[in-house]
Unconditional design. Structure first.
Length: 70
Protein backbone atom coordinates (compact mmCIF):
# COMPACT_ATOMS: atom_id res chain seq x y z
CA UNK A 1 0.00 0.00 0.00
CA UNK A 2 2.87 2.38 0.74
CA UNK A 3 4.28 1.88 -2.74
CA UNK A 4 0.88 2.73 -4.25
CA UNK A 5 0.70 5.92 -2.19
CA UNK A 6 4.27 6.86 -3.13
CA UNK A 7 3.42 6.38 -6.80
CA UNK A 8 0.85 9.18 -6.40
CA UNK A 9 3.21 11.63 -4.70
CA UNK A 10 5.03 12.35 -1.47
CA UNK A 11 4.23 10.27 1.60
CA UNK A 12 4.89 10.96 5.25
CA UNK A 13 5.31 7.80 7.32
CA UNK A 14 4.01 9.06 10.65
CA UNK A 15 3.00 7.43 13.92
CA UNK A 16 1.37 9.59 16.55
CA UNK A 17 1.60 8.56 20.20
CA UNK A 18 -1.55 9.98 21.73
CA UNK A 19 -0.82 10.31 25.45
CA UNK A 20 -4.47 10.34 26.45
CA UNK A 21 -5.02 7.00 24.73
CA UNK A 22 -2.08 5.41 26.54
CA UNK A 23 -3.38 6.70 29.89
CA UNK A 24 -6.61 4.69 29.53
CA UNK A 25 -7.18 2.00 32.13
CA UNK A 26 -7.19 -0.78 29.54
CA UNK A 27 -3.75 0.09 28.16
CA UNK A 28 -0.64 -1.53 29.58
CA UNK A 29 3.11 -1.34 29.47
CA UNK A 30 3.10 -4.69 27.69
CA UNK A 31 0.94 -3.22 24.91
CA UNK A 32 3.28 -0.26 24.57
CA UNK A 33 6.28 -2.61 24.41
CA UNK A 34 4.60 -4.44 21.52
CA UNK A 35 3.87 -1.17 19.68
CA UNK A 36 7.41 0.12 20.27
CA UNK A 37 8.89 -3.12 18.90
CA UNK A 38 6.62 -2.95 15.85
CA UNK A 39 7.63 0.67 15.26
CA UNK A 40 11.31 -0.28 15.35
CA UNK A 41 10.67 -2.95 12.72
CA UNK A 42 8.70 -0.52 10.59
CA UNK A 43 11.44 2.09 10.94
CA UNK A 44 14.02 -0.43 9.71
CA UNK A 45 11.83 -1.49 6.78
CA UNK A 46 11.18 2.11 5.77
CA UNK A 47 14.90 2.91 5.91
CA UNK A 48 15.49 0.29 3.21
CA UNK A 49 13.04 2.28 1.06
CA UNK A 50 14.79 5.56 1.85
CA UNK A 51 11.93 6.82 4.01
CA UNK A 52 12.17 7.96 7.62
CA UNK A 53 9.50 7.06 10.15
CA UNK A 54 8.40 10.09 12.12
CA UNK A 55 7.13 9.37 15.61
CA UNK A 56 5.44 12.28 17.32
CA UNK A 57 3.61 12.65 20.62
CA UNK A 58 0.45 14.68 20.97
CA UNK A 59 -3.13 14.88 19.84
CA UNK A 60 -3.51 13.56 16.30
CA UNK A 61 -5.19 16.68 14.96
CA UNK A 62 -2.51 18.93 16.45
CA UNK A 63 0.33 16.83 15.03
CA UNK A 64 -1.29 16.73 11.60
CA UNK A 65 -1.89 20.47 11.64
CA UNK A 66 1.82 21.06 12.29
CA UNK A 67 2.94 18.68 9.52
CA UNK A 68 0.35 19.72 6.95
CA UNK A 69 1.00 23.42 7.43
CA UNK A 70 4.74 23.16 6.66
Amino acid sequence: MLSQAAARGDVLPLYVVESELWCEADMSGRQWAFVAEALEGLKADLQTCGQPLLVRTGEMIDVLNVHLST
